[in-house]
Design a protein. Sequence first.
Lengths: 243, 243
Amino acid sequence: MSSETKKRLRIVLVQPRNPLNIGAAARAMYNFGFEDLWLVDPWEKAFREAKSAMGAAKVLQNARVTSSFAEALGDASLVAATSAAKGRSTDLVQKELTTAGHAIRTHLEDRPVAILFGPEKYGLSREDLSHCDWLLEIPTNPDCPSMNLGQAVALVCYEIARHARAIPRLKTPASVSAQERDRILGLLLPLLSDSGFIFDGSEEAQTHKVRRWITRLRLAPADSQLLMAMLRQLRWKFDHDGD
Amino acid sequence: MSSETKKRLRIVLVQPRNPLNIGAAARAMYNFGFEDLWLVDPWEKAFREAKSAMGAAKVLQNARVTSSFAEALGDASLVAATSAAKGRSTDLVQKELTTAGHAIRTHLEDRPVAILFGPEKYGLSREDLSHCDWLLEIPTNPDCPSMNLGQAVALVCYEIARHARAIPRLKTPASVSAQERDRILGLLLPLLSDSGFIFDGSEEAQTHKVRRWITRLRLAPADSQLLMAMLRQLRWKFDHDGD
């Protein structure tokens, strides 16, 4: 997602009351490369405190304050409200955040989007919601649906900024050659014989078992070298005991 | 994702210092239905304050405190560290959170997973990282990569709890728990000391190297047992040499 595209996303906090939440929302926006923060009727003291906090992000310094929803929403052609409450009676189009992210990304490619977050205690009012096209539902636990404001902003920014999901590739990791495994066995098997792990009559079965073990480990080259270094040192100790 | 599955996820905060962050992490866990919170060496005052805060979630009341990584990681057979820093030099498997969530969900279906979050200022140390299999990268803005702790926990919980998409299941191969790996080290390290592989002055570096080696092997349970049997026999030989 280009930075031009990211500039088309506006985050609107409606009547936030807690300076820490305002600061956390601004930082999360900056974490994911979004910059356009508006506050509608914030508790003034909270906004002052948030702005003066050490390390307040540049996003917060540039935040705009208004009493007008129309101004806060600007020229957004898609306005989404966030809510953790499921099944709320509304005529808004309801979308789960997990599936709406892609649609919002697509919209942002050539048109602005605004996302509204309600006040900490009460959430968005029916009047606030009347400005919105979509209700974005964050799929929280019904026992504890309501999220912290700063965390909700972080989730929405993350979801919109996330890379398009590709099917993960399965890699087979590099592992050492059969020859290298034989060199390991050449060190390990004599140690196991000397220590009695491999004993008369068990050679064939135990050797097979240990060889399979080494094969299954699928040692990376560096891991194989470390194992050989340990085995050589154990060998040295065996040979020099009693010196 | 069933609640039984969710119980297999453990969130581990390493040396958290800010009570608000501890509280926010616990609340985010509860928002997404996760319950198992551990703290390694928290700043004690911060933990007390967080627990006594109004509305501290049940998750926080049940949180466990320890000084032992082995205890905090418990029987997790996949341990992931979180980091916003890209390109950090490490031999951990690096995964973007956006693509790792599905693999973690699959693993949780029958095996426990622990996710580590570092202290607010410094992140996880090299020593902390030596316990981990994966480094989970949160795809943040390079200009402002470091996330607030509570928000990072919220993102990870959200990503893991999100509804499964129709992509192929990724199997993470069965491997032994962190506790079992500690038992192996308990046998191997003394042998390496006795043989001179670990010598005065090299303990820390060599122990770190060997611990990482064991972690990378991702031993299956039967392979771990075979390794321990071999190590016990080598131990017996060391102790009885000269008899």
